[in-house]
Design a protein around this ligand. Structure first.
Ligand code: PMP
Length: 450
């Protein structure tokens, strides 16, 4: 229905439009290229697929302004770091107050007491630790799980992403595990200590766990990094039983599924994992992450530490749990990530999904729209994928690229990596309507050229 020729025509026109509309970003890009490798301070900033990077000037709530003065309806929200809005007032105030009191001491502050109580109440696990990123939290959790179980294997799901974490970069291609093809500088074979299976496949899970060498199952309760893949009804409960039965620890990485509702997927739908990871938005965008665990895991950690030598554990970095991060996290948890915030986000995200479905159907396309609370995604395929292989197959690089550029040129940002949208407490119904309208224009243009 949408031809390759139409996609290429749109890409050419949109690239031209982008260049004409963004002279200030173009000039900044040229200057930045003098000393930033590939012209940006961090290479992911090239993933938007624009002819040159869009330079941001400022952002507030669910709006972002670029260096040329254009205003965007921001559904990317720093891909989740700003999921509860850019610079929420309580977080901005907390950062300003802490700024002149010292930023990092390697000592706890009174904020830490409030934060731990908040975390335990909301996420239903009694003990917590802080890291500087979700990647780092996942690395810590993997190390702890191996340490306390004495088992070497980590089990992950095909198509997963848990950050810059070596152990998880194993994919299934045609049923065969292989190292993720895009890795740089990989010198050891993770397949020795990582097991990868498809999501929603209980027999494969049972067979893998029965070998008795899996330390932990590390997973998102619903996959969000290969498009979205929802758990089949009853899947997570069965998985919880199997992990317990076979002595493997269950880790939920809720860095993205925190969108589900207050307390994340765990508190909203269950089951309760042994360990829980949350990064990105937890301190409103200040680098920070947390991991929580059960009393039983805490006790096993103690025994594991007592048996080992003192000194470096391989866990933690110097700036972890610094005073600035704790102040920001306190404000974010107690004043921003509130039940009232979710009460705004969830129905509006539902509305967005319904409007996108209507636009897609009106244009005669059989695409699939899904959402996990405030986090939405459309896939250019008719059937909801049940696992990573099916989701990967549904991705349509050039089409998605053309669509993203079309949206950017009309003042709408969605996540650059796939077709993901976030609804924040600051997002308005008018912004949702505009995204649906611009997608409609885009699809009509593509179909018109086909
Ligand atoms: N866990 C999940 C589920 C993620 O999606 C990501 C990043 N997209 C991470 C962990 C890593 O987060 P960070 O890059 O902030 O370390």
């Amino acid at each position: 229905m949408i031809s390759q020729r139409a996609i290429q025509t749109m890409l050419a026109a949109e690239r031209e439009g982008y260049v004409a509309a963004n002279p200030r970003s173009a000039a900044l890009a040229q200057e930045a290229a003098r000393h930033w490798h590939r012209g940006v301070p961090f290479h992911w900033m090239l993933d938007w697929g624009t002819p040159f990077p869009l330079f941001a000037a400022r952002a507030q709530g669910a709006a972002l302004w670029d260096a040329d003065g254009h205003r965007y309806d921001d559904f990317c929200l720093g891909d989740t770091g700003s999921m509860f809005g850019h610079s929420p007032a309580p977080v901005a105030r907390a950062i300003a107050a802490q700024a002149s009191l010292g930023l990092t001491y390697m000592l706890p502050t009174a904020d830490a007491v409030v934060v731990a109580d908040e975390l335990a109440k909301r996420f239903l696990l009694p003990f917590w630790q802080v890291t500087s990123s979700a990647s780092e939290a996942n690395r810590a959790v993997i190390r702890w799980c191996r340490g306390i179980t004495g088992r070497d294997k980590v089990l992950v799901f095909n198509g997963c992403y848990h950050g810059a974490v070596d152990d998880v970069f194993v994919d299934l291609r045609g049923g065969v595990p292989e190292l993720r093809r895009s890795l740089v500088g990989q010198v050891y074979d993770m397949r020795e200590h990582t097991v990868v299976i498809e999501f929603n496949d209980l027999p494969a899970l049972e067979a893998a766990l029965a070998k008795g060498d899996v330390a932990c199952v590390l997973m998102e309760p619903a996959m969000t990094n290969v498009g979205m893949v929802l758990p089949d009804p009853g899947y997570l409960e069965a998985l919880r039983q199997l992990t317990t039965h076979h002595g493997a620890l269950l880790v939920f990485d809720e860095t993205h599924t925190i969108s589900t509702g207050y307390g994340g997927h765990t508190a909203t739908h269950g089951p309760l994992p042994d360990l829980f990871v949350l990064g990105k938005p937890v301190a409103g965008g200040v680098p920070c992450a947390v991991y929580g665990f059960s009393a039983e895991v805490a006790e096993r950690m103690e025994r594991c530490r007592a048996e080992g030598e003192t000194g470096h554990s391989g866990i933690g970095t110097t700036l972890s749990a610094n005073a600035l991060a704790l102040a920001a996290m306190r404000a974010c948890l107690s004043e921003v990530m509130t039940p009232a915030a979710y009460a705004h986000m969830l129905p509006l995200a539902e509305d967005l999904a319904a409007k996108l479905r209507a636009v897609i159907a009106a244009n005669g396309l059989a695409w699939h729209v899904t959402h996990i609370g405030a986090r939405g995604e459309f896939l250019c395929t008719d059937k909801p994928p049940r696992n990573g292989s099916e989701a990967r197959k549904a991705m349509q690089g050039p089409l998605e690229h053309a669509l993203h550029l079309f949206l950017i040129n009309r003042g709408v940002l969605i996540a650059p990596f796939h077709n993901m949208t976030l609804v924040s407490p600051a997002t308005t119904p008018a912004q949702v309507d505009r995204l649906a309208e611009v997608l409609d224009q885009c699809l009509k243009t593509l179909i018109g050229h086909s």
